[in-house]
Design a protein around this ligand. Structure first.
Ligand SMILES: *Cc1c(COP(=O)(O)O)cnc(C)c1O
Length: 427
């Protein structure tokens, strides 16, 4: 093997003295053993393993239906694409963008906040573009966490909420979400000593993966609690615009006093089907944002100006676009909830998000059920345990295929004899 690379080197560099006929002896370094401790601290990234299983099934010729990832199936709205194309033709947009983001995007963010929540923000200090909220959420921990600091993270949770802090050396204190508490964080279960030491709490409603929503009173309660203990509130409002019926998600910043204690992250990935663009933003406390911005100025050069122009256009779209998009997901939600009901599942239609959170049949854990469904039907879901131990017993189904494809999912489940029996019937 090493002779191949030697001969290429010899051919390409015939004039290099000593290169001709030089034989490289093979060395065998296991670079994995050289990895930084912080990488070893991470729990395995189950999504990588799931992707492997999915590809194996595809290679066997299975017509895989992938409802595993939260990757929207649509295209961005045409005005977004048009704005990006126009920006692409301006030569200055191809240089390094300003660290803090272009004014047009930051203004679009604060205008959107005014329109949507009636919250006033300063576009110079209280709004910052991030390269997808995953990046911002993770780097925020690196900007504020010292090794050994406690970070409070729900279980189950969106992986960046704990993986980012772990990379920063945090000690994670899991806040177990329970169905009997409607998957809301129960602040009363946090021991006083933990609350005293904790530095940051991450949370996310409408929630991924449980699809739970939190009432406004919950936001008021967590703001009061965080102010008392001086714990930074980091709210992830990824599903701000993916809500159904008459439900409107609450923004953390609508709560009086929240801006002194926290920030809120948003993404354009889900609402505008722009996941590949890597466009998100954070708003809220100016000092907290400044710390993140200062860390980021050492890591990246900000967001491509063309992407920012598209993102600004997205936030400025009329509400009719948002309504159309909500309808698209609502139809799928209702279709799948009704279909699963025929198979024994009684799922309350979620008020927001692009998922269903579905209990596993009795006697099966998340991975068993995931494997069972994949092997018998070729349908990929996400085992709840991928979001933390407390997600076990559930799978998350993404509403990222149209109803005809979802019908196919239901047909296959039925044919495979997969159904749900509530516990009481079994006992
Ligand atoms: C999808 C998702 C994100 C990811 O957003 P990006 O901007 O694409 O990085 C963040 N948080 C939650 C809760 C999500 O579901």
């Amino acid at each position: 093997m090493s002779t191949t690379s030697t001969s290429i080197q010899t051919l390409e560099n015939p004039s290099v003295p000593g290169a001709v006929n030089q034989e490289l002896s093979t060395i065998n370094i296991n670079w994995q053993n050289h990895q930084a401790e912080r990488l070893n601290q991470l729990p395995i990234y189950i999504f990588g393993y799931l992707a492997e299983l999915k590809n194996q099934a595809k290679q066997k010729g299975v017509d895989v239906i992938d409802l595993g990832m939260g990757n929207p199936d649509g295209s961005p709205p045409q005005p977004v694409i048009d704005a990006a194309i126009a920006a692409m033709t301006t030569s200055q947009n191809h240089g390094y963008p300003p660290f803090e983001g272009i004014e047009e995007f930051r203004k679009a963010i604060t205008d959107w906040y005014k329109r949507r929540y009636n919250v006033l923000l300063d576009y110079n200090s209280e709004a910052l573009p991030v390269l997808g909220s995953k990046e911002g959420l993770s780097h925020l921990a690196l900007a504020y966490i010292n090794p050994g600091d406690i970070v409070l993270v729900p279980s189950p949770a969106y992986p960046a909420h704990f993986r980012g802090p772990i990379l920063a050396g945090a000690e994670i204190y899991p806040l177990v979400l329970k169905p009997e508490n409607h998957w809301l964080i129960d602040l009363n279960t946090i021991p006083e000593a933990v609350a005293q030491r904790a530095k940051i709490i991450y949370f996310n409603y409408p929630n991924n993966p449980t699809t739970a929503t939190a009432p406004r009173e919950f936001f008021a309660e967590i703001v009061a609690w965080a102010r008392h203990y001086e714990i930074m509130l980091v709210h992830d409002l990824a599903y701000a615009e993916l809500s159904f019926d008459d439900y409107r998600p609450t923004s953390l910043l609508e709560i009086p006093g929240a801006k002194e204690i926290g920030v809120e992250f948003h993404t354009l990935s889900k609402t505008y089907s722009m996941a590949g663009w890597r466009a998100g933003f954070v708003v809220g406390n100016a000092q907290i944002i400044k710390g993140l911005s200062s860390l980021k100025s050492n890591m990246d050069y900000g967001m491509f100006a063309v992407v920012q122009a598209g993102a600004a256009a997205a936030l400025s779209l009329p509400d009719s676009y948002i309504h159309q998009n909500q309808e698209r997901y609502r139809k799928r939600r209702d279709f799948l909830v009704a279909g699963l009901k025929e198979l024994g599942w009684n799922i309350t239609p979620p008020k927001a998000s692009m998922y269903l959170w579905v209990p596993c049949p009795v006697g099966m854990n998340s991975t068993d059920f995931f494997m069972n469904v994949l092997e018998k039907t070729g349908v990929v879901v996400t085992p709840g345990s991928a979001f933390g131990e407390a997600g076990d017993g559930y799978v998350r189904i993404s509403l990222i295929e149209d109803c005809d494809r979802l019908q196919e999912v239901l047909n296959r489940l039925k044919k495979a004899g997969i159904s749900y029996q509530p516990k009481c019937l079994v006992a």
